[in-house]
Design a protein around this ligand. Structure first.
Ligand SMILES: [Zn+2]
Length: 556
């Protein structure tokens, strides 16, 4: 019998185990949970002499699982200037000039978390405007969703795109009437020449494209990149996260994480997908099979396929069934034709892969569900747990299909406008009628669909407690729309049990029960007693992953 080595007691355990939802104490033995129960039960199960930790009456939960993040870009951004929450020319210019003064140089000054309406709703953002902020140094601002970048003239010139760039459809170096680039760069292909100018050479972005570094990184570059990933992991652990599903991936990133694991420093369990792009064809999945074979530990797996179906609403690249309001003929497009996408789904499903597709517009969601349906028709029903990421706008006809097809709705509470983000320009672009099924968490849940929650960090803040707060504080998107508010239990499940289910790991993660992995978060207070608006003012007191203390508040 394994010997318990830690008891956490005087705790309010929310086990997320429906058979035994609450407890007072938990004992850990090595990498596993040994006992859960009342204080007396756990004490009797382990005997005397075991180290005890008093939770002070605070909530103890399964370690948080963030089912949609971008660890490498997030880690890289921890050192960048963020203009989150800033708006107006003067405020943004002041922040950028201050950073330029603090960290002077000739290199690209990269700014993160810029809002599409940062200079005012409908105010065009072009290189001339940015030249007024910083005329003499390359400057680029990333939209918080990483689907658009804006650059000044020196940055466009340094990247070699001032005179334009031929890109694949869906990406665009937007040109101005004067025949030169306007400064707006839409989607990856267009801004890749800019990210190549950063200290990492943009290597953290390559996984979004499913590409490998053009030249093999040097040992020094690999060390820089591993350090960035470790910083990202430490940040996850500081917020109570013990598991993440990465939503970009390439071989390089897997190798780096594998090296971190081999060094005993992988402090959060990670899943990394194979990125499948239009035109690759099903033969590309051979590589996915190979990666799945190489990485399959409890800490690191490469067991799913990630696909982008469309872009985002803000840049009119989300694929809609009908025109955007006030833009006749404009409804975005999908990156895959139905036949190609169906064939990919059939092939990936046959190989036993879970598929995760970014689909934001109602047309993209429909096409994705059609592909999953084609896979089921061809291969027969199986426990595939295919998922759709974001699902911002949904046509009524799609509502029952999630439950019918067993498709997971992967939603990001902080993405819903009206919460962390302003309601405009989204509401005006989509219109009130279609917005009734915008970010329709509860409406989907009530159809029997399974949901899973995530942050999409660094697109939105990583803190799961902020995600939970946003989910339980949600109101109708406008006064004629459904409520969509989440219960506290559903919100917590979205960041614990449901994330484990999405990883086929619900028997050993996302739950506090004997035999499960010892992934535990101890909060600073009682999450059930907190007012909803105060949930994210709570802190993480300690994070334990696989029985190992990965974060302790106040510790060096
Ligand atoms: Zn994402």
């Amino acid at each position: 019998m394994p010997q318990a080595d830690l008891i956490i007691e005087n705790a309010r355990l929310l086990t997320m185990d429906p058979a035994y939802p609450r407890a007072e104490a938990i004992a850990l033995a090595g990498q596993q949970i040994f006992a859960v129960g009342s204080r007396a039960e756990v004490a009797a199960a382990v005997g005397p002499g075991v180290r005890r930790l008093d939770a002070g009456g605070a909530s103890v939960l399964p370690g948080f699982i963030d089912s949609h993040i971008h660890l490498f870009t997030g880690g890289a951004q921890l050192a960048s200037l963020s203009v989150a929450g800033l708006s107006g020319f003067d405020a943004i210019a002041a922040a950028i000039r201050q950073r330029d003064a603090e960290q002077p140089g000739e290199g690209l000054l990269l700014v993160e978390q810029a809002a599409y309406a940062m200079f005012g709703a409908g105010e065009p953002i072009d290189r001339h405007l940015l030249d007024r902020i910083l005329p003499g140094r390359p400057l680029a601002l990333f939209a918080s969703d990483h689907h658009t970048m804006w650059a000044n003239t020196p940055a466009l010139a340094a990247a070699g795109v001032l005179n334009g760039l031929a890109t694949a459809p869906g990406s665009e170096v937007v040109m101005a009437p004067d025949g030169l680039a306007s400064g707006e760069l839409v989607e990856f292909e267009a801004f890749a020449p800019l990210t190549a100018l950063t200290p990492t050479g943009g290597r953290e972005m390559l996984g979004l494209l499913g590409r490998e570094p053009a030249a093999a990184p040097t040992a020094a570059q690999r060390a820089v990149d591993r350090a960035i990933l470790r910083q990202g992991l430490a940040y996850c652990a500081s917020l109570g996260i013990t598991g993440f599903h990465n939503m970009d991936g390439n071989l390089y990133q897997l190798e780096l994480l594998g090296e971190i694991e081999a060094a005993g420093e992988l402090t959060v369990r990670g899943r990394v997908p194979f990125r499948l792009l239009p035109g690759m064809g099903a033969a590309a999945l051979d590589e996915a099979v190979e990666r799945r074979r190489r990485w399959h530990s409890d800490l690191l797996t490469a067991d799913f396929v990630k696909i982008f179906m469309d872009g985002v609403i803000e840049s009119y690249t989300a694929h809609m069934l009908d025109d955007y309001c006030g833009r006749p003929g404009l409804r975005g497009s999908s990156f895959f034709e139905p036949a190609e996408f169906d064939a990919i789904c059939v092939a990936a499903d046959r190989l036993g892969f879970q598929i995760a597709v970014h689909a934001i517009g109602d047309a993209a969601v429909r096409r994705t569900l059609d592909g999953y349906e084609a896979a089921r028709r061809a291969n027969g029903p199986r426990d595939s747990r295919h998922r759709i990421e974001h699902i911002e706008i949904l046509a009524p006809a799609e509502l029952p299909r999630f439950a019918e097809l067993g498709v997971l709705a992967s939603m990001q509470p902080t993405h819903a406008p009206g919460g962390a983000y302003p309601i405009e320009p989204i509401l005006s672009m989509i219109g009130r009628e279609r917005m009734k099924l915008g970010y329709a968490w509860q409406t989907l849940r009530e159809t029997g669909a399974r949901l899973v929650f995530a942050s999409d960090w660094p697109v939105a803040p990583l803190d799961p407690l902020l995600g939970i707060r946003t989910a339980v504080m949600r109101g109708p998107i406008h006064d004629g729309a459904p409520q969509e508010r989440q219960s506290l239990d559903d919100a917590i499940a979205g960041f614990t049990r449901d994330g484990a289910y999405a990883a086929f790991a619900e028997d050993r993660q996302g739950v506090l029960k004997p035999g499960a992995l010892a992934d535990v978060v101890i909060l600073s207070g009682d999450i059930e007693a907190a007012r909803p608006e105060d949930i994210d003012t709570m802190k993480v007191a300690a994070t334990i992953c696989g029985g190992r203390l990965t974060y302790e508040r106040g510790a060096a």
